[in-house]
Design a protein around this ligand. Structure first.
Ligand SMILES: O=C(O)C(=O)Cc1ccccc1
Length: 317
């Protein structure tokens, strides 16, 4: 049976992403406490795939995921899932808003309820937890008994999904507390290199680019490889390589599949000018939106240009 890891426990937004992933039907779900743990288990062959958060429409990239994919044994993104995120403030029965002195949740959730917290609980102390559902679980009935934790939970309320509050028998003190009601998180299904989904016409490709050296216009040179071939970018982030202060790599999502001519040409261009190009996969877009292809950048245009060059080289033109 296929084993799929995810950032758990049950009730996280990541578990909801797995619910929406058709291939997860009938698979064994294995919860991990962190993105690093899930990806380490995948690299070690303990699971066949892992669902992890990568990007949020309010807070941006999930650094733990971007960094874990940018280094270590190669992994491939094989699909993406979008999940609308709505947050509740949940607590043990009998707790009122006035009792809440400390709030536990995942750092990405905290960043998305900052406005509500500032207005309604400005004095509340933030206690980071490994996931939103882990915070809810800590407040859940019997937690102390199950974990032999000494003393009460280190917070009075959790910011989590409504389902996590229900799962752990918590009362909802406030719902819809996200600062942006339309917040969406993007999750990716990651696998060990092997089979890659074929092109569908509505694909995304993820790469991490490492510059050869630091010089004026360096980033522009990388981006020109996409611009010159009519490739649209959907995400660009710089992340520290961690080697030294000021050393960055660029994590990029582009529209299209590595089998598309324009993408192949761009990746070859990048391979020449970068010290390393880490290919992290081509996979169908969650919204099935077809790629924007710049003028004269279709496969047919590239094929015609290659034929023309071939004729010249062969002395036929
Ligand atoms: O902690 C969770 O529930 C997660 O799945 C990570 C997360 C946290 C906040 C918004 C989206 C995903």
């Amino acid at each position: 049976m296929t084993r799929l890891g995810y950032l758990g426990p049950e009730g996280t937004f990541t578990s909801m992403a797995l619910d929406r992933w058709p291939a997860a039907d009938g698979a064994e779900r294995v919860a991990f406490g962190s993105v690093d743990a899930a990806l380490a288990a995948l690299r070690a062959g303990e699971v066949d795939g892992a669902m992890v958060p990568i990007e949020n429409s309010v807070e941006g990239g999930v650094s733990a995921t971007l960094d874990a994919l940018a280094s270590g044994d190669p992994l491939l993104v094989t699909g993406e899932v979008m999940v609308p995120v709505t947050f509740v403030l949940a607590a043990r029965a009998g707790t009122t808003l006035a009792d809440v002195r400390a709030v536990g949740t995942h750092s990405h959730a905290w960043a998305q309820v900052r406005g509500w917290m500032g207005a309604r609980l400005p004095e509340a102390v933030y206690v980071p937890t490994l996931s939103t559902a882990a915070a809810a679980e800590t407040l859940g009935e019997g937690h102390e008994a199950r974990t032999a934790a000494a003393g009460p939970p280190p917070f009075d309320a959790a910011v989590c999904a409504p389902a996590a509050a229900t799962l752990h028998g918590l009362e909802v003190l406030a719902d819809g507390i996200g600062d942006m009601q339309a917040a969406v998180t993007r999750f990716v299904l990651v696998a060990r290199p092997g089979s890659m989904p074929g092109p569908t016409g509505a694909d995304k490709t993820t790469v991490v680019l490492f510059q050869r050296d630091d010089h004026a216009g360096g980033l522009l040179e990388l981006l020109e490889q996409f611009a010159a071939r009519g490739i649209n970018m959907t995400r660009l982030e710089s992340r520290p390589t961690k080697a030294s202060m000021g050393s960055y790599c660029f994590s990029v999502d582009i529209e299209g599949h590595v089998r598309d001519e324009r993408l192949g040409e761009a990746l070859m261009g990048l391979k020449r000018i970068c010290s390393e190009v880490r290919f992290l996969g081509s996979y169908p877009r969650a919204d099935r939106q077809r790629a924007t292809v710049g003028p004269q950048a279709s496969d047919a245009h590239f094929a015609a240009a290659r034929d023309w060059l071939g004729e010249i080289r062969d002395g036929r033109a």
